[in-house]
Structures are given as structure tokens and as C-alpha cells.
Design a protein around this ligand. Structure first.
Ligand code: 5GP
Length: 197
């Protein structure tokens, strides 16, 4: 999505350790009008899928998922990160290694909100090594729900997550795929995606 790539070029900053900071419009302050256009693009890219629920993970995925949900007219469920695992059996859980925080945490979703009836689109802000998405896929599998696809705002194409998901045959759409970025020069390059706007 050219508009998102241009915004990343203009306002994104590259940090040491392969971190792209997009705090001014995506991760902290949020440009909701841009989110709206991103949601419409996700809707166009997943038009053929019978999606009835969007699943994301707290915190940064929630804003993007909620605005996207207005284009899909479906509810959003977000996986909660937790220290204490609920042991009464009412939740589905998985483990996620955090790329940005360098630790492992549990994620949970109530069984009430993810069921066999659901056809799910996963949405998240970033795709790096794929741990967050794989954790969300675990929850979908445990619920007996169907994964219809994965929509990502920014994929870092030089990390392993995108390749893993595509190799699994998952319909993955990343609105911007960063092919390279350099903390010293600030230079960012993107992969061509002719089927996107
Ligand atoms: P993964 O689980 O794919 O390794 O990493 C994805 C998660 O880590 C996302 O949910 C996102 O919050 C965070 N993340 C990974 N890389 C970056 C990055 O370069 N910048 C920001 N802001 N977050 C990132």
C-alpha cells in the first residue's frame, strides 16, 4: 500500500536491533484516517473470505483491528497477555516469544469469544519472526475455528515470519513489506506488491 510506505519513509525511524519505530502514526499516536484506508485495503484483499471475526493481540494490534472491523462489519477479539494463567478451563492459551521485549508470555482468549463457528482474520501491526501470529493461530486451532487469513500493517521481509506463514499456505497480506532498513543511514526499502493499491 503506497500510502503506508510513503508514511513510513516520512515518519518512521530505524533503531538498532532491527526495530522500526512508527510511534507517531501507528504504535502510540494513531492516525485513524490512515487506519481507515488500511482497513478498506484489507477488506479488498480478503473480499472472497467468509470472515466473521477479527483476532488481534494487545496492545498495538487493537487500534488497527478495530478500525479494520468497520470495513468488515464483524467483532474484534484481542488476545490478552497475562502473567497468571487462568486455570478454570474457561480460556484458550498459548505462549509467545516477544521480539521487542525479549521475553516469553502467555496469551489468552475466553472460550466464549472464539468458537467452532468462527472464520477468523488475524490482524497485527508488525510481522517479524512470526511468534505473535503463530500464537494466535494456536488459539484458533484450539477453538476449532477456521483461519481465513492474516493481515499485517508492516512486515519486516528480512525476518522469518512472512516466509514461514507463506510456506504454510496461509493467505498473508502485509500492507508494507520492508526489504531492508539501515539504522546508520535511516534508509528503508520496500518490496513491490503489484496487487496492492
Ligand atoms: P513477531 O512475533 O512476528 O516476531 O513480532 C511481532 C510483534 O512484535 C508485533 O506484535 C509487534 O508488536 C512487535 N514488533 C516486532 N518488530 C517490531 C518493530 O520493528 N517495530 C515495532 N514497533 N514493533 C515490532
Amino acid at each position: 500500500m503506497k500510502l503506508l510506505e510513503e508514511r513510513i519513509q516520512k515518519d518512521g525511524t530505524v533503531k538498532e536491533g532491527n526495530i522500526l519505530k512508527v510511534d507517531s502514526f501507528l504504535n502510540h499516536q494513531m492516525d485513524v484516517e490512515l487506519f481507515d484506508l488500511m482497513g478498506q485495503e484489507f477488506k479488498r484483499l480478503f473480499a472472497d473470505a467468509p470472515i466473521n471475526k477479527i483476532l488481534t493481540i494487545e496492545a498495538s494490534g487493537i487500534g488497527i483491528a478495530c478500525v479494520a472491523a468497520r470495513s468488515f462489519h464483524v467483532p474484534v477479539v484481542f488476545a490478552k497477555k497475562t502473567q497468571t494463567l487462568n486455570i478454570d478451563g474457561q480460556v484458550l492459551s498459548s505462549k509467545v516469544d516477544s521480539f521487542t521485549h525479549k521475553k516469553t508470555y502467555d496469551i489468552i482468549v475466553s472460550k466464549k469469544f472464539l468458537t467452532q463457528q468462527d472464520h477468523v482474520l488475524i490482524i497485527d501491526d508488525f510481522l517479524a519472526n512470526g511468534c505473535a501470529v503463530l500464537g494466535l493461530m494456536d488459539l484458533i486451532r484450539a477453538a476449532g475455528a477456521v483461519l481465513e487469513g492474516v493481515g499485517i500493517a508492516v512486515e519486516k521481509g528480512f525476518q522469518t515470519g512472512g516466509q514461514k506463514l507463506r510456506d504454510m499456505g496461509i493467505h498473508l497480506e502485509s500492507l508494507a513489506i520492508v526489504d531492508s532498513m539501515d539504522a546508520a543511514t535511516g534508509r528503508i526499502t520496500f518490496r513491490e506488491q503489484p496487487h496492492q493499491s
